[in-house]
Design a protein around this ligand. Sequence first.
Ligand code: KG4
Ligand code: ZN
Length: 334
Amino acid sequence: MTFFDRPLLAIETSCDETSAAVIVGSEIRSNAVASQIALHQKWGGVVPEAAARAHLEALVPIIDAALSDAGITLAELGAIAVTNRPGLVGALSVGVSAGKALAFDLEIPLIGVDHLEGHLSSVLSVSTTIPFPMLALIASGGHTELVLVKEWGEYELVAETRDDAAGEAFDKGARLMGLGYPGGKAIQDAARSGDPTRYKLPQGLAQDAAAFSFSGLKTAMLRLVEKEGPDLNIPDAAASLQEAVVGALVKKAVRAADDYQVASCALVGGVAANEALRNRMRDQMERRGVQFYTPDFGLCTDNAAMIGLAGSWRLAKGAGSDMSLEPSPQSTLF
Ligand code: KG4
Ligand code: ZN
């Protein structure tokens, strides 16, 4: 597999992290991330207008940080990669405008990157020689997709969520239990001392190989919180919720790994930061002789390095965008 060989600046502003990174080939030279978590915490979720404004304020300092961390000047850049889809259009447009302006001004190539291909490409930080076919689970606050990767750029959607994403199940469950936002890490921490068998929670569409569903889990959590009131055991409830989400994700991934006889499996996206999920997926895949890959925690949640990795191999294949690049709420991968 080949990569763009000059320094590439990547920009990511699709949701609530403002990020810029410098990539050379497949090597991450810097990855600066400004999180808006504190800003959105008081509303318990991402407010699109506030996100766009915060990106506008944070982007230039974050680009400066990425360049200085990498020891690269603007004049040395060979290309710009920017997330232009899918995501919040107002948020995306901040990054896309900046990317276009830089590429135009520096007279260097520009490439618009699909955020989901960015998450997939984050495994290139672990290995650039992953055997195909590869099954990838993208699990984040906005996405839950099982993808068959036949080779880089050739994808088949195996399963997606009918309603909430896996990360939303964590976030909404955490909110119901008063554990704050975002909920994934808080649930994981609370679950450590909990009993996952204490409360029975649904895994959703257990028989359906092509769909996840987490809305029933959210409703069951609401009922549980109402029924137990102050008697609710938070660690047990957190462990039970984590078990329901991890169980659903791993079962469908294992079934797909068997059905498609994959050689490897990648776990990516913010929810891939979950230790229980990482451990169980690794164990189940390795038992089947399937090589398992998952990036470091910082490359699981939204970041520009993964966008730069996707842009780097796409540019090396001759792809690119022009000044008509626009933000879009839709992915174009499948
Ligand atoms: O990929 P990401 O940063 O943003 C999206 O593209 O959505 O994913 C954020 C999601 C949130 O729902 C957050 O609760 C979840 O990832 N998350 C976790 C953990 N860390 C972050 N979920 C479970 N366990 C974690 N340790
Ligand atoms: Zn994401």
